[in-house]
Design a protein around this ligand. Structure first.
Ligand code: NAP
Ligand code: GLV
Length: 315
């Protein structure tokens, strides 16, 4: 009998449609993927694994025998908050292509700051012809907060491009050619030496508000921040204060407390802020669908469940 895998999603209808085409194709011969809404009560009760993208928690709860669920996103803070701790195991998306895409974004926006693009853009608007001293990448230290799948790929890419890179994680780590720090003292050390701070930690109870007034005050004079992780990791008013009154010179923000960013947000018009619409590393449907198919195929064949998040740590 063919196994039915529910697909539970409240993503936009275009996105849902794209997944509804890609997932059945990737899982052909392994299982039949069906939208939650199309399943009978018996099929919902039989489901042991589901694929989710921004799901309604009530729909997940309506799959009472789920053992695990496969997220199509890397960040699963909302699932961790919405689903009971004794609920299904949460498997997040880990895709080498996403690490590649994120490292490309980190390199691109680091170069944007390194080559003073925001300042030259303002100068052009004011018709100012003025040259600023050019630093070499070697003279710039980029601090990466979170050196997991995405952060470590980004660190290596920056290193390859000549930047001095330091990293910070929860547990002690070693990365080739990169000075690694951990713990509170480690965070301070990274903030105090970085010209550019890249945020790539997951949003958890420990990282919410990680960069507040005190932490941002530790940053170097004219340092810049790139947040490619989740909005609430940086305190909004502390960030605006650090941009207005120092020490920060610029912030590149791809993620926000509320998305889409409301038109009332001061970030839209702030001179020292670049707003991006959560585009640094979108899930690539083709590679992600193949990974999901492999995970589910292995589970159905051997019972092996891919590594799930640790509910105590929150990631
Ligand atoms: P990951 O592999 O789980 O890595 C997380 C890193 O953060 C690890 O190094 C971890 O430390 C560190 N960390 C976690 N909690 C910490 C804490 N309290 N103190 C210090 N370090 C801590 O995650 P990932 O795949 O790299 O993804 C990171 C995040 O990127 C996701 O959670 C998501 O929010 C975001 N993301 C954004 C986009 C976008 O388009 N903007 C796309 C994809 C993902 P250990 O190494 O010690 O565990
Ligand atoms: C995107 O932000 C993701 O978590 O995959």
């Amino acid at each position: 009998m063919t196994t039915i895998i529910p697909f539970v999603s409240e993503a936009s209808s275009d996105e849902r449609q794209a997944w509804r085409e890609a997932l059945p194709e990737a899982l052909r011969g392994i299982a039949r993927v069906a939208p939650f809404e199309d399943l009978t009560e018996v099929e919902r009760t039989a489901a042991k694994v589901a694929i989710v993208a921004n799901p309604d928690p009530a729909k997940v709860a309506a799959l009472p025998n789920l053992v695990w669920l496969q997220s199509l996103w890397a960040g699963v803070e909302r699932l961790a908050a919405d689903l009971p701790e004794d609920g299904p195991l949460i498997v997040r998306l880990t895709d080498p292509q996403m690490a590649e895409t994120m490292s490309e974004a980190v390199l691109a926006w680091t170069l944007y700051l390194h080559r003073d693009m925001p300042r030259y853009m303002h100068q052009q608007r004011a018709k100012v012809w003025q040259e600023h001293v050019l630093k070499t990448p070697m003279e710039r230290t980029v601090g990466i907060l979170g050196i997991g799948k995405l952060g470590s790929a980004s660190a290596q890419r920056l290193k390859t491009n000549g930047f001095n890179v330091v990293g910070w994680s929860r547990s002690k780590k070693e990365l080739d050619g990169i000075s690694c720090f951990h713990g509170t003292d480690g965070l301070n050390a990274v903030l105090e030496q970085s010209d550019i701070v890249v945020v790539l930690v997951p949003l958890t109870g420990d990282t919410r508000g990680l960069l507040g007034r005190e932490e941002l005050r530790r940053c170097k004079e004219n340092a810049a921040v790139i947040n490619f992780a989740r909005g609430p990791i940086i305190d909004v008013s502390a960030l605006i204060d650090a941009l207005d009154n120092g020490p920060l010179s610029h912030a590149v923000l791809d993620v926000f407390d509320k998305e889409p960013l409301p038109s009332s947000s001061p970030f839209w018009t702030h001179d020292k802020v670049t707003v991006l619409p959560h585009i640094s590393a979108p899930t690539i449907i083709s590679t992600a669908a193949a990974i999901v198919a492999r995970n589910i195929g292995t589970y159905l064949e051997t019972g092996e469940i891919p590594q799930s998040i640790d509910r105590n740590r929150g990631y």
